[in-house]
Design a protein around this ligand. Structure first.
Ligand code: PLP
Length: 376
């Protein structure tokens, strides 16, 4: 067996005719920055998410940073963020000059626990950034209610959740704004870097269009200190094609996840295992960006799977508060034990629209075998 974690070749192979046609159209258009493809994608992606606006930017880190800037969140301000997330969520806050204030996750979903918000609130709190981690929406209703009571903005980090539903509504349409990543590994992946913001707020969308383009609305007239963070025209052309296949590809991920859950649950049920499987609350329709299990002897399991030819990854081995980047950050709540435990125990199995169910069953079989060996 030789199963890689990501399959980058198959998406192109499946959509080759459409993608090649888009490339030729782009090359012949003679217009390479902020043109019809970006505009078309923005409209189509906003419609898909169910928001009024989409503003394409260079990547998700920029998307989130620019939203915070547009909201005038900066030095002296605090933004509540999950302790368990990819570091980009924290970096967006730091780049805006504000301070990340972590809240621990719910132990079952690994997403921000709304019960932790009250303790993190100070007079400086301006916003909350829930992350829909692994493709599963965060519990947004209590988060929005809390934000409403305290006059806070809510910025979703939807990088891993294109298409996910929370009580029937799409990730990206649940907060006041959302950052999206189209990095190649994401569910809606470009062939390079790309990102976007979705929102219903016309004023925010307008400010973002200015900020992404050197702070300029009218050429050579610069109203604010802006950035160069535009969604690339060619990537937009590719994304328009991939968006048409997103639901089907998410459905395929879902089938793989069902295979895993079935094969692993039976095994867990048959004896006392220390392994934890992904937990999906009744109100969530996840899109399975990642399939993450938990085990106290994660590293041993990982080695055994590697020996069987199965690549796995760890999302993430170092929580942001333990990273060198935040060595100097003094946290009001210095101990984040759940984030630490998750970093030590989580393991991501291969999942994607081009992984076969036969492979998924083989992977589950190899995992069950490794668990048996561990159990002695
Ligand atoms: C990938 C990712 C990002 C960053 O996206 P980029 O487009 O690479 O900037 C942010 N947050 C989460 C949760 C991610 O998974």
């Amino acid at each position: 067996m030789n199963i890689p974690f990501n399959d980058f070749a198959s998406p192109y192979q499946e959509l080759k005719a459409e993608l090649d046609e888009a490339y030729a159209r782009f090359m012949q258009s003679g217009w390479y920055v902020l043109g019809r493809e970006v505009e078309g994608f923005e409209q189509e992606y906003a419609a898909y998410c169910g928001t009024k606006y989409c503003v394409g930017v260079a990547n998700c880190l920029d998307a989130m940073h620019l939203v915070l800037r547009a909201w005038n969140i900066g030095p002296g301000d605090e933004v509540i963020v999950p302790s368990n997330t990819y570091i980009a969520t924290w970096l967006a806050i730091s780049h805006a000059g504000a301070t990340p204030v972590p809240v621990e996750p719910d132990g079952r979903t690994h997403n921000l626990d709304p019960a932790g918000l009250a303790a993190a609130l100070t007079p400086r709190t301006r916003a909350i950034m829930p992350v829909h981690l692994y493709g599963q929406p965060a519990d947004m209703d209590p988060i929005m209610a809390f934000a409403g009571r305290h006059g806070l903005k809510v910025l979703e980090d939807a990088a891993q959740a294109q298409g996910a539903l929370y009580k029937g509504r799409r990730a990206g349409a649940l907060g006041h704004a959302a950052g999206h990543s189209f990095y190649p590994t994401k569910n809606l992946g470009a062939f390079g870097d790309a990102g976007a913001v979705t929102t219903d707020d016309p004023e925010l969308a307008g400010r973002l269009k200015v900020l992404r383009n050197y702070g300029s609305q009218k050429r050579y007239y610069n109203e604010v200190i802006g950035y160069n963070s535009r969604l690339d025209e060619l990537q937009a052309a590719f994304l328009r094609i991939k968006l048409r296949h997103l639901d089907e590809w998410n459905e395929r991920r879902s089938k793989i996840a069902s295979c895993y859950l079935e094969a692993l649950q039976t095994e867990i049920g048959s004896r006392q295992s220390e392994m934890t499987l992904p937990f999906v609350p009744a109100w969530a329709s996840p899109v399975w960006h990642l399939f993450v299990i938990r085990h106290p002897q994660r590293d041993v399991l990982r080695e055994k799977l590697a020996a069987a030819g199965i690549a796995t990854l760890i999302h993430y081995p170092v929580p942001p508060h333990r990273s060198g980047a935040y060595a100097g950050l003094r946290l009001a709540q210095p101990s984040l034990p759940l984030a630490d435990t998750l970093a030590a125990e989580v393991l991501s199995l291969p999942i994607g629209p081009h992984l076969t169910e036969a492979h998924a069953r083989q992977i589950a079989g190899a995992l069950n075998e490794s668990l048996n060996l561990l159990a002695g």
